[in-house]
Design a binder for this molecule. Structure first.
Ligand code: HAS
Ligand code: CU
Length: 547
């Protein structure tokens, strides 16, 4: 059934997991460097020249590549299986995959030969090889093409099923992709107008402030492009996996429409200290950032209520007895539930980040990596591992190599991440320890940082072991000689009560128009101001040509 999307999904997940393996392997080295164990010199003969090249590999392959390949594959798969309909243009979706792979190779080579040591945010005036920027741009364009294949399939389904409500998983998947297509217009403009011509030497200078603003136009919503596929599973699949029901499907639909509306007009909360952004716009984006807590906390409420329904259906009693009866022996559930708990802490950290005065304390400190290892590093990545624990066996038609190993992997990720992120948060908040810095050789690193650096390093090592368990399990599954005795179906949650979906929760136009209007209001005057003060004067600075 749906053979073409099965193969395509397998390739997307395979490339994404390969990227995570390389990018993730650098992680423990960074943590060891912070406690004075600098293994980088020994890595030079495998081409790892510096801490910053390692950090660029870590950030690009984990935050940009692993996520994007997994997500485009997963959302293509969920669209087909939720609509129970083949892709209308499978060649378009395969083209998407090939464009992304070509982009990945084009961007990865300069990174691996130390010609793009600009970290995953590639802020100018740090300058990389033009191939890095062109490659990343192709990865984004490839993801757009994959999205078009999804939208065309949804449109065909709606024509074939007039008046029918779009199944929740398909709707949520396509809203996520639609948000991504609008959000990436920011870096598309940054790359095509500012960065690529500058890196090719066609123009002498770049305007770093404008480039950063276009970057963060995409840079915040990218986190919801990462998160919403996890929400597709937390709402659309986990309640089914635990034998429960989705507490409110209508509320879940509303959450995705709110994320379409609110994900983009908030990016300036990454620029509170940018001198060139007028304060008024920082306030506007801060207020809109706080509005994002509405869909986030609605999710916390709806997901926990759904878990409780499942736990009670399995015999849980009393105020909290339902937690114990949840299927903690099911690695797909356990990984995702532990991901939710870690994400909750990350979300609270996001609340701190968004408050202007607190942000001035933690900005550019190692608190920030503490935050995003709980969010994208756990809420998202550990959920994707949980999805892989049923999806990879389904795609390979082979049983999971080891359930027990998968449970060990989930719990070691949970413990390792608690240790690492706790250390990083306290180092950033209490001591102002900087991020993106070789703390092992920093002359200002005081001795009272040591216990926290050791705690974070210990967490990083445990995470490394946990990651290894994941890959042993994945490879063991794919290479297994056994075949599945019964086909694995994509879990699809049923709503607790089957209320008819109001039309406004299944109509695209008003939500897309409102989204575009809010973007114009929150970014239009700011970009007009920055462009009217355009300063394309900054030359490139690179480790290559010492510019
Ligand atoms: Fe963030 C910086 C604000 C969410 C990722 N963030 C970053 C960076 C990354 C990142 C990568 O305002 C660094 C970028 C760089 O390199 O500079 N972030 C927020 C806010 C949210 C938020 C307000 N971030 C995320 C997500 C990410 C992510 C999601 C990735 C996936 N973030 C910021 C700000 C900065 C920032 C500033 C800039 C800092 C600076 O100065 O540089 C919100 O979306 C968070 C809302 C979420 C919640 C949690 C709800 C809880 C749920 C789970 C409940 C279920 C449970 C299960 C507990 C309020 C949904 C229970 C279990 C049972 C058994 C019952
Ligand atoms: Cu943000």
């Amino acid at each position: 059934m749906y053979a073409s999307v099965k193969k395509l999904t397998g390739w997307y997940l395979g490339v994404g997991m390969a990227a995570l393996f390389i990018g993730g392997s650098i992680g423990p080295f960074q943590k060891l460097e912070h406690v004075g164990i600098n293994l980088y010199p020994g890595l030079q003969n495998i081409g790892l020249n510096s801490y910053y090249q390692g950090l660029t590999i870590h950030g690009v392959l984990n935050a940009l590549v692993w996520t994007t390949f997994f997500i485009v594959g997963f959302l293509t798969f969920t669209t087909v299986h939720s609509l129970k309909r083949e892709l209308t243009h499978p060649k378009l979706n395969w083209a998407s995959f090939y464009i992304m792979v070509i982009g990945l190779v084009m961007a990865a080579i300069p990174v691996l030969i130390n010609a793009a040591t600009v970290l995953f945010t590639f802020y100018p005036p740090l300058q990389a090889s033009p191939y890095y920027y062109i490659g990343l741009t192709l990865v984004v364009i490839g993801s757009w093409v994959g999205g078009w294949g999804m939208f065309l399939t949804l449109r065909a389904w709606r024509k074939e099923n007039p008046g029918e409500t779009t199944p929740f998983i398909a709707l949520a998947s396509n809203i996520t992709m639609a948000m991504w297509q609008i959000a990436t217009l920011g870096i598309a403009v940054e790359m095509l107008w500012l960065i690529i011509p500058w890196s090719l030497g066609w123009v002498d200078g770049v305007d770093p402030q404008l480039a950063r603003t276009f970057f963060w136009f995409t840079g915040h919503p990218i986190v919801y492009f990462w998160l919403l596929p996890a929400y597709v599973s937390w709402y659309g699949m986990v309640p089914k996996q635990i034998g429960g029901k989705l507490f409110s499907e209508q509320l879940a639909r509303l959450v995705f429409w709110l994320f379409l509306l609110l994900s983009i007009p908030v990016g300036v909360h990454h620029q509170y200290v940018d001198p060139g952004v007028p304060q008024g716009w920082k306030v506007v984006h801060a207020v809109l950032t706080y509005s994002l807590f509405i869909p986030s906390l609605l999710t916390a409420f709806n997901v926990i209520a759904s878990l409780e329904i499942g736990g009670r259906a399995r015999g849980g009693t009393g105020l909290l007895g339902w937690i114990r009866t949840l299927p903690w022996d099911n690695p797909s559930f356990t990984a995702q539930n532990l991901a939710m708990i870690l994400f909750a802490f990350g979300g609270i950290g996001g609340l701190t980040n968004a408050s202007y005065n607190l942000n001035l304390v933690i900005h550019n400190t190692i608190w920030i990596p503490g935050h995003f290892h709980l969010t994208v590093g756990s809420g998202v990545t550990l959920t994707f591992f949980g999805i892989a624990y049923w999806l990879v066996p389904k795609l390979a038609n082979k049983p999971l190599f080891s359930n027990k190993m998968a449970l060990w992997q989930a719990w070691t990720w949970f413990v390792g991440m608690l240790l690492m992120s706790n250390g990083l948060h306290i180092l950033g908040l209490n001591f102002g320890a900087p991020r993106r810095t070789m703390l092992g050789v920093a002359p200002y690193a005081s001795s009272d940082w040591q216990p926290l650096l050791i705690e974070a390093a210990l967490g990083g090592i445990i995470l490394g072991v946990s990651g290894l368990l994941f890959y042993i399990n994945m490879i063991g599954t794919v290479r297994s000689k056994k075949t599945l005795t019964a086909a694995i179906e994509m879990p699809v949650s049923e709503p607790m009560e089957a209320h008819p979906t109001p039309a406004w929760l299944d109509t695209w136009r008003p939500w897309v128009v409102a989204t575009l209007v809010l973007i114009v209001v929150s970014y239009g005057p700011l970009l007009a101001y920055l462009i009217s003060n355009l300063n394309m004067t900054s030359p490139g600075f690179s480790n290559l040509w010492g510019g």
